[in-house]
Every structure is written in structure tokens, then in C-alpha cells.
Design a protein around this ligand. Sequence first.
Ligand SMILES: C[S@@+](CC[C@H](N)C(=O)[O-])C[C@H]1O[C@@H](n2cnc3c(N)ncnc32)[C@H](O)[C@@H]1O
Length: 197
Amino acid sequence: MALETCRTAATDYLDFLAAWVKKPRQTASVVPSSRYLAQLMVRGLDPADGRVMELGGGTGVFTRAILATGLPAEKLEVVEINPGFARSLRRHFPRASILEVPAQSVSSHAAGERGSYQMVVSGLPLLAMDKSLHIAILSEAFAMLRPGGSFVQFTYSVRPPVSKTILDMLDLDVSRVGHTVRNFPPATVFRFTRRSE
Ligand SMILES: C[S@@+](CC[C@H](N)C(=O)[O-])C[C@H]1O[C@@H](n2cnc3c(N)ncnc32)[C@H](O)[C@@H]1O
């Protein structure tokens, strides 16, 4: 690993740990996700197929993987509620749009039109959130997604982090994208789509 990459990784780890000490439930992990998990999260993203939204950008591991697909930075919006992470995301990804707002109200802040996004990549700690927040976040995300668009979410459990009752209520299907042990802790990625599509 090059010296500069090493330094960035070390800073990311320290920033993450500091955020976790301050707000453990909101940060939900003591370390950022790995690049192996990031690669699973962006599987199926087509860089030529329109806007992408990322929820819970943190130190930017998924942001980097999204842009590495070749998606133009202007087509990416990253939602991050922690002001320190939001500041650092703006510094590292100046051409992407960083929205310092809660994911559950993103539709009033996004630059793209409702129903125009191909994918929402979520690093949010859904397991640490209650059911009403799951409903609010998924409803907002699907309001932004176009027909056929998908909401991609990782979890440290082997089961989807959203209950069947909520999936039925919102008319959503879920499928497993993959699992990686090259992450701490090991993680599984799920894709949520509208049932009628
Ligand atoms: C588990 S960390 C994941 C960070 C990064 N995506 C990664 O995988 O390393 C969760 C992130 O979601 C952010 N977050 C938590 N609740 C949020 C909310 N309601 N709206 C926006 N961001 C939120 C936290 O500040 C944190 O950066």
C-alpha cells in the first residue's frame, strides 16, 4: 500500500472511532467498511445509467467505490448527518454533492428529480434503528428511485435488516447480493426492489 493511501486509511479509522465514541448508535461500527464490502455494494451499478444516492457516507469507502465505477461525480449525492464526516466528504469528493441532512427527509433536499435515481447505496445502521425509521427511510428512498431502481443495504446479520411486515407494507422484495468475510464484522448485502416491477 502506498504511504499516502496508508495515511488516509489510518485517518479514516481514527475519525470513525472518534465518531463512534461520541454517537455509538448513529455510527454503529468502530471501523469503516472494507473495500471488499464496498465492491459488493456497487455490484450492478451502471455508470452510464443516471443518478445514484448514497446514504450514510461516513469516511467515504462506498463513495470511492461508486466513483470508481466511472459514474460522473455530478451524478452522485451523499447523505451524511454527522457534520465532521460531511466536512471530510466535501474535502475528498469536491464534485459530488454532500447533503448534511437526515436520510429520512432526503427527498426535500436532493438535486435530482423524484423517481429518477437508478440506485440508493445505503451504509445506514438499520439494525440500530427502530421500525418507524425503517419505514421513513425506505419510503424516502423509493420516492427518489425510478421504476426498476434498487436500494442496496449491508448488514452484519445473515438476514435482511428490514422485517417482512414492513416489506409487505411497502410492497418491496428483497434478494441477497452476496456475503464477505473480508470485513469487520463479516457482512451480507441485500437488494430491495418494488414488487410490481
Ligand atoms: C455504519 S456507518 C457506515 C459508514 C460508511 N458507509 C461505511 O460503510 O464505512 C453509518 C453512517 O451513517 C450515518 N448516519 C446514521 N444515521 C443517519 C441518518 N439518519 N441520516 C444520515 N446519515 C446517518 C452515520 O453518521 C455514519 O456515518
